[in-house]
Design a protein around this ligand. Structure first.
Ligand code: SDX
Length: 422
């Protein structure tokens, strides 16, 4: 829902033009510059797109100043307290919370689609044990499309729900296989008796002689972890998925590209970087005060802090902090890194530089503590983020296929050599 009744006037040289002003349903205002070049010959430059909307979207709303994060209009805290991951996946993709029947049929499709084609398992024999799980995840997700040509069709697949379910269900199975490969352990098959998140823990930790029985508190914390990572509007990886989808590439190719974008330490790789940062304090590489000094000198980034949109605390950080504390208490685990994280939080949020730069904890600051309590190794942290983010990527890919009629192709300002001869 948006309206375009108002106009913005731009004057330059001897010209004045009017451009439409778009007002979003939450009051966000944007100048529609679609006709700017045609009317003036001018283009705009916006490094990192910090001031530029790539699309109209109805999926997720963030107010970075007020720490607001809503999925399809519902506040994240309310959803986290009342729903599970697969219900939120349905909400993000289809716009409404599922009815009991819709949730039941969705769960049945996810269960039916949990197995990988046996030939896909051979990929894991070819990967080196030391291969990074994100490289394997991206490669095998893209390869899935090879096993069902109907799903590779350009643009919007006939059976979108099937395509979406295949990826949401199988990305979990593939992720567990990447872990088992890296540990030199036999790959596990999914167990249809388990819920979505319990099945993942089973596939990660069951041994040939001993089935892993997932702890209910661990399953609850993992499901919440996935839910809190499910979408975050036009972040780097989501924009990548939409851009790749805008060329009518398949949903598998688009999600695979999103996984690669998420891998970067400034994005989905930050959860692992936070643990490395906390461990550097724990092993005495530097004190918290020395670390903050290095940050001020721009020699280090404060991992798990700062955000392009949030200029206040990321609401997901608060929810993950509580989940980490509850899980450690339920599992009777003491994690010294949580104590270090709490001390770092106290110092950083009182530090004048951090206050000046709006450095507040983001989703990645406490998420690693939850994953450590679940015995997930650090190199799997971005993979866990990818499993959670898959419904959001699919929802945006779907919205892009339905609404964005143009292939995404930004312009540039050329600053290279002008015409010259040899
Ligand atoms: C995610 O976009 C999303 O929605 C992403 C995400 C999602 O759910 O998809 O929320 C997930 O990626 C969370 C962010 C995880 N990354 C980290 O925790 C890495 C550490 N964070 C920073 O690298 C940084 O905060 C970014 C990359 C997240 C944002 O970078 P921006 O957009 O450049 O931040 P900014 O423009 O607000 O920076 C303002 C100033 C700059 O300094 P000056 O140029 O003004 O001197 O603050 C500085 C930045 O250098 N700054 C930091 C900092 N974050 C910003 N300085 C030190 N440490 C940091 N963490």
């Amino acid at each position: 829902m948006h309206n375009m009744t108002k106009k913005v006037t731009i004057s330059f040289d001897d010209k004045t033009i009017e451009l439409p002003l778009i007002v979003g349903s939450e009051g966000e205002r944007a100048i529609d510059i679609s006709s700017l070049r045609a009317k003036t010959g001018l283009i705009t430059l916006d490094s990192g797109y910090a001031n530029t909307a790539s699309c109209l979207s109805s999926i997720t709303f963030i107010d970075g100043e007020k720490s607001i994060l809503n999925y399809r209009g519902y506040p994240i805290k309310m959803l986290a307290e009342g729903y599970d991951f697969i219900s939120i996946a349905w909400l993000l993709i289809f716009g409404e919370l599922p009815t009991t029947e819709e949730r039941s049929s969705f769960r049945k499709i996810l269960t039916k689609e949990e197995l990988l084609h046996e030939n896909l398992l051979h990929h894991f024999k070819a990967f080196p044990d030391y291969g990074h799980p994100m490289a394997m995840l991206s490669a095998v997700v893209n390869s899935m499309g090879c096993y069902d040509q109907t799903l590779l069709e350009a643009g919007h697949p006939k059976d979108f729900l099937l395509s979406a379910s295949i990826i949401i269900s199988k990305i979990r199975t593939i992720a567990a296989c990447t872990y088992r490969k890296s540990m030199g352990l036999p790959l596990n098959y999914p167990n249809p008796a388990h819920s979505y998140s319990a099945n993942f823990l089973h596939m990660m930790f069951s041994l040939p002689h001993k089935e892993h029985v997932p702890n209910p508190d661990a399953v609850k914390a993992l499901d919440l972890f996935f839910l809190l990572h499910a979408d975050h509007e036009q972040n780097c990886s989501c924009s990548t998925v939409r851009m790749v989808g805008s060329s009518n590439a398949s949903i598998f190719a688009s999600v695979s590209a999103g996984i690669s974008a998420l891998w970067g330490p400034l994005h989905g790789g930050a959860n692992a970087a936070v643990i490395e940062m906390l461990e550097s304090i724990q092993n005495g590489e530097h004190t918290i005060d020395e670390l903050l000094e290095l940050v001020k000198q721009k020699k280090k980034k404060l991992m798990g802090f700062g955000h392009r949109v949030y200029k206040n605390i990321d609401p997901r950080a608060n929810l993950l902090k509580t989940a980490a504390e509850n899980l450690l208490e339920k599992l009777k685990i003491a994690d010294p890194l949580l104590d270090i994280a709490m001390e770092l939080y106290e110092k950083a949020t009182k530090d004048s530089y951090c206050i000046e730069k709006n450095l507040h904890p983001n989703v990645d600051f406490y998420s690693g503590i939850v994953l450590r309590a679940l015995n997930i190794p650090v190199n799997m942290f971005p993979v866990m983020f990818a499993i959670g983010r898959t419904p959001g990527w699919i929802a945006h890919w779907h919205e892009g296929q339905l609404n964005d009629k143009k292939i995404q192709r930004p312009r540039q300002v050329y600053v290279g050599e002008t015409l010259r001869s040899l």
